[in-house]
Ligand binder design. Structure first.
Ligand SMILES: [Zn+2]
Length: 66
């Protein structure tokens, strides 16, 4: 028998991972949940941290404004 806790609404780890990688988009309801659930936020930010290992050197090119 399964116990359905309120937290069973949580987004699947796999979905959070894919979303953080940009390979999938979260549903509207999932976005909503992410805003309200610290557990999912924690997981999501960890995943984002994994993906942003690359230093943003490329984006800090010196743009010589004319
Ligand atoms: Zn959650």
């Amino acid at each position: 028998m399964e116990t359905n806790l309120e937290t069973s609404n949580c987004i699947k780890i796999r979905r959070l991972f894919d979303a953080s990688a940009g390979s999938t988009k979260l549903e509207e309801s999932e976005h909503q949940h992410l805003h309200e659930c610290q557990l999912c936020q924690g997981v999501f930010y960890i995943f984002i941290g994994l993906h942003v290992n690359i230093p943003p050197a490329a984006s800090t090119k010196k743009t010589s404004a004319a």
